[in-house]
Design a binder for this molecule. Sequence first.
Ligand SMILES: [Zn+2]
Length: 344
Amino acid sequence: MATTKQRELDLGQFPPGTVTEYNTFVCLACIFDIFTKQLRLAPRTAFSEIKRHTPTIDELTSRGALRPYFDSDEKSPHCPYCGSAKRWLARFDTFCIEGGKTTDAPRRELIRKLPKADDQFVVLEKKSDSRVVFFEWLDTLGLNLDLNDQAWLVEATRKYLERREPKTNWNEMFDGVRVVRHSSRLTEGWERDGARLFLAPHLYSEAILIQYLVSRSHAHGGMTHEGRLTLMDLIRKLRYSGYLKRAEITEQDPGEVFERVVDHLAATHDWSRVGSAGVNQKAAKKATKKTSKKRASKSKKTSKSKANLPEPEQIAAEPVKLYYLIDRRNFLDQLKRVYASYAS
Ligand SMILES: [Zn+2]
């Protein structure tokens, strides 16, 4: 039998933030119960039916799982439906890989190397878009941060920068960073000064936005590097920092501005492409189809200016393909063991 170490998938080739892992438990006692009592199948038939079973993407990734599935962070989980202990439980590990330029090659390579027998791994594909992907990323980020510990603010900024600029070694850049500040000197990029990391205004604004989005349901208003902000405070800061102008957001109503700002953040899923003018113009052309002539000509002007990093275009979300790699090995092992004790 393989050790746990050998069984772990190597996901090191994927840029940070492009793979989301989900763990879902399934209770084999419950599943056997459903197949033998409700569907009245003989144990042996039930076994071969269950063996072929792969939960749906929704069942594997939703935050509120239904019987016989459940989520648990405990070391020795119990089935919440029938109370069965660990030996009756199996785990599905699901890795959602965002399709795209930076992930296509490592994904193909990873899948090529996986064992094929018994459907130990199953890959399901789903069409999605950058908006859905962005909110899923935000949701996962929020779940993995301890919002009661101030350090989460710096951590959230790091996660955002990892996603936006995957080519930079952010572990190194953030080593020893205690404060993240807005730079009044830089127009692009970032710089370290001791324990402080300075970000160009638009990057800093987006970091604040991410923090606001992550914490607004936790706190009254959102917690950010700028302290606790209401929506009005946030919009005011984004306006003064020049972020709204840069993103070509001209609305006045705070609710509308906020919606546009979120659209803007969510419109491009692969931020690494934003830096290359050719790709961006193509993307902008595609995205501006729905926008007015006035805005289209404006964005053309923006991408011409070399001093400005072209911004992702707003409104239209980009299509993104998601690949769900489902690891069924634990499920198959546990199922065989449970069936052996069931049949004896
Ligand atoms: Zn159960």
